[in-house]
Design a protein around this ligand. Structure first.
Ligand code: ATP
Length: 271
């Protein structure tokens, strides 16, 4: 569905596709000397433009570390990380959504989104249109004037997603964004995120503990081993995307089989 938000993933022949991620023999250690902890690696991973990759694994296996490396928040101890063919610059390489929404509490919904539009360098004359479009995308029409404490946790996380989408950034990184939400809100947000990323064509890397969430969202799932995190399973997900009945999909035999497969792989990788 083309719109001003749609990321143009068309790329000249021979160039690195926009939003594509490449990790070559990446290892990351925290600390030095005898205190050093190898959190991940070595990891080789290529995420093509437009893919929805979900990283799954037990607590402490290095999922957040991998995401932070892709965002450019951390530099790899060894190996190379590339986003659209270049070294990721923090704050520029990707839109990032964390477990807690991290909104500015003294600002309204509108103020939070506008700040993201300003950082994204969007011309002020376009803010009204862009803000309305973003809020509609995440199902928050009519909330512009509300303070962040006047909206629910799920709505706050929707604002965080709108903010991350504010830049015409081809890469979206999400670190357990729905973990603190109730089951029903979580399912709704999963459905909306699936739709938004499919519509905007963004490359997405999403971290979760949940096999269920991974299978519903991902076009591909990577399960990580425990300490240090390496790739234990790399599974393409061929479930239908686009205009789907979410309930039907969640209840399908294929979905149930994939969930069992991922769940088993996570347990085996953590053993
Ligand atoms: N800043 C840090 N300093 C030292 N060690 C760290 C730091 N951040 C993470 N670690 C360690 O690196 C390893 C991987 O942590 P990371 O947070 O990436 O895992 P995770 O899979 O995201 O965990 P969780 O699912 O619990 O959030 C863990 O052993 C953790 O203790």
């Amino acid at each position: 569905m083309p719109s001003s938000e749609t990321v143009d993933a068309t790329t000249p022949v021979g160039a690195t596709p926009v939003g594509a991620v490449r990790l070559d023999q990446v290892t990351h250690r925290y600390g030095r000397g005898g205190q050093a902890v190898t959190a991940v690696g070595p990891v080789d991973l290529t995420v093509p433009s437009g893919e929805f990759l979900v990283l799954v694994g037990a607590s402490g296996c290095g999922k957040s570390t991998l995401l932070r490396l892709i965002a450019g928040f951390e530099q790899p101890s060894q190996g190379e990380v590339r986003v659209s063919g270049t070294r990721p610059v923090p704050g520029e390489a990707a839109g990032v959504v964390f477990q807690s929404p991290r909104l500015f509490p003294w600002r309204t919904v509108r103020g939070n989104v506008d700040l993201a539009l300003r950082y994204a360098g969007v011309d002020r004359a376009q803010w009204d249109e862009r803000r309305a479009e973003l809020l509609a995308r995440v199902g928050l029409e009519g909330t512009e004037k509300r303070r962040t404490w006047e909206i629910s946790g799920g709505q706050q996380q929707r604002v965080a997603i709108a903010r991350a989408l504010a830049a015409a950034n081809p890469l979206l990184l999400l670190d357990e964004p729905f973990a603190a939400l109730d089951a029903l809100t979580r399912e709704r947000l999963q459905e909306d995120l699936r739709k938004v990323t499919d519509q905007t064509g963004r490359t997405t890397v999403f971290v979760t503990h949940s096999a269920d969430e991974a299978v519903f969202l991902g076009s591909r799932i990577v399960v990580l081993t425990q300490s240090p995190g390496t790739v234990a399973l790399d599974l393409p997900i061929t479930l239908p995307r686009g205009d789907i009945d979410a309930e039907e999909l969640r209840n399908s035999a294929e979905f149930t089989d994939l969930r069992a497969q991922v769940s088993h792989a996570v347990k085996a990788a953590a053993a």
